[in-house]
Structure formats: C-alpha cells, structure tokens
Write a protein that binds this ligand. Structure first.
Ligand SMILES: CCCCCCCCCCCCCCCC(=O)SCCNC(=O)CCNC(=O)[C@H](O)C(C)(C)COP(=O)(O)OP(=O)(O)OC[C@H]1O[C@@H](n2cnc3c(N)ncnc32)[C@H](O)[C@@H]1OP(=O)(O)O
Length: 219
C-alpha cells in the first residue's frame, strides 16, 4: 500500500453521466494507470524542484532562464488539463499520498475500519524555520490521514469540522516518521478522530479532530 488502502469497499452511489454527486465521488475511481507508469517520477521531480527552490539563491540570469523553462512546461500541461475527479494527482492509489503534490508524501502501511498507520516524510520545502517542519504541514498530514481513518470507518467521504494539533516536540524534515490515526468514538455522522506523529519513540504531535460523514449528494 502506498497512497491509500486498495481493499476497501466504497459504498458511494454512481450515476452514469456524472462523475460526482455533490461532495462525493460517484465512483471512487481508484487507478494505478492515469498519467502512465512514470507519473510518480513526475510528481517526485516536482517535489524535488520545490525543495531546491526553497533553498536556492539564484542569480537574476538563472531566474530568467528558469521562468522561461517553466513557461514551456506550463504550456505543455495546458493541453491536457482535466477536472479534479479524473486528474491522477490525488487518485493514484499506488503512489505516495495518492500522487497529490500538495500533501506531505506518505505511504500507508496499514489501513481499515480500525484506523490508519502511515510513514510520512516532510520534505525540505516543508521547512517552517530552524530546520524543522512548518506546523501547517503537520496539520495537513493529520487532516488527510485523519480523514482517511474516518472514511474507512464509515465507508464514505467525510469532511473536517475541527482539527486540533498539539505540537509536543519539533518535527524533523527528511526523516521517515510514523503517523497513526483512528476513530475513537462515533456518534451517528460525527467521527471523533485521534492521531499521533512519532519520530522513533519521540512524540512530535498529536491530533484531536471531528469529521462529519457527508450525506448523499451533500456539497
Ligand atoms: C480516489 C482514491 C481515493 C481513495 C481513498 C479515499 C480516502 C481519502 C481520504 C481523504 C481525506 C481527506 C480529508 C480532508 C478533509 C478536509 O479537509 S474537508 C475541508 C475542510 N472542512 C470544511 O471545509 C468543512 C466546512 N464545513 C462544512 O462543510 C459543514 O459545516 C460540515 C462540517 C459538513 C457539517 O455540516 P452538516 O453536514 O450540515 O452537519 P451539521 O448538522 O451542521 O453538524 C452535524 C453534527 O456535527 C456537529 N458539528 C458540526 N461542526 C462542528 C464543529 N466545528 N464542532 C463541533 N461540532 C460540530 C453539529 O453540532 C451536529 O451535531 P448533532 O446536532 O448531530 O449532535
């Protein structure tokens, strides 16, 4: 498993002409094919680029050159833009963080109704200051993997109502960390989710969140 568990049943009603229904995906279209076999490498190159940009001090000439290269890349991608429901970024279940470039890359090592265990590595571009991760990126990892624990528990899509992160110690960059999330209590559509982020034995942060299972068709 990398981006999300593959052996789950997603009981979401499908319609023939609409790829989604309100906030739901009508079909949880899990794919390992969109974008081709090297799509993960593309995402990794983009992440590496962001790492370099975060730490580079380029000359004005190099800035000019890179802008021009990026304009060419953007023009190429302009020819293949699709809607969010069919973009591989976020749906490639075989890739870290489902190939979603906006998320800290994680790999799910175990996931089901009981919760999710994942390894996550904050990249150099997730720098907050003084060599450690920005707290907002830690919250992003908790939001996605807390939402996944809620979704796996109810077999449907959930949305964050609140998310509290307690930062217990510094979160290192470029280090494999262990992130766990689980539903501690369910009250109808309300899922009270807990989580922890560890660097080895050391607790970096913990999570207290409420996710709400969306009603069918709810935007
Ligand atoms: C394709 C391959 C994929 C496969 C793998 C899939 C896995 C993929 C995992 C991805 C996981 C991503 C996870 C990211 C999730 C976001 O980041 S979502 C974005 C951030 N959140 C938002 O924008 C939410 C904005 N707020 C809203 O939309 C609405 O307020 C909500 C949260 C949906 C609730 O609205 P509602 O459905 O109308 O419900 P409402 O009746 O207001 O509240 C229901 C109950 O919850 C309580 N409640 C609601 N809000 C609160 C609150 N803030 N505090 C306390 N109680 C509250 C209410 O009091 C009520 O309680 P009861 O009266 O029933 O006891």
């Amino acid at each position: 498993m990398k981006g999300a568990p593959t052996d789950q049943k997603w009981h979401v009603p499908a319609t023939e002409d609409s790829p989604h229904e309100g906030g739901f995906r009508a079909e949880i279209d899990v794919t390992v094919e969109r974008g081709g076999p090297r799509y993960g490498e593309l995402i990794e190159q983009v992440r590496t680029f962001m790492d370099k940009v975060r730490y580079a001090n380029p000359t004005p000439e190099l800035v000019d050159e890179i802008i021009s290269d990026l304009q060419e890349f953007n023009a190429k991608l302009d020819t293949v833009l699709v809607d969010e429901w069919t973009s591989p970024s976020g749906t490639r279940i075989d890739l870290p963080a489902r190939g979603n470039i906006t998320l800290p890359p994680y790999e799910v090592v175990d996931g089901g109704e009981h919760g999710v265990t994942a390894t996550v590595e904050f990249r150099p571009f997730h720098l907050g200051g003084n060599g450690v991760a920005h707290g907002g990126h830690v919250a992003t990892a908790f939001d996605d993997l807390g939402g996944m624990a809620a979704a796996l528990n109810v077999h449907g899509i959930c949305r964050t109502a609140y998310l509290t992160v307690n930062y217990r110690s510094l979160t290192p960059l470029s280090t494999p960390l262990m992130l766990r999330t689980w539903v501690e209590r369910r009250d109808d559509r309300k899922l009270f989710v807990k989580g922890t982020l560890h660097d080895g034995e050391r607790l970096c942060a913990d999570l207290d969140a409420l996710f709400i299972a969306l009603r069918r068709g709810q935007a």
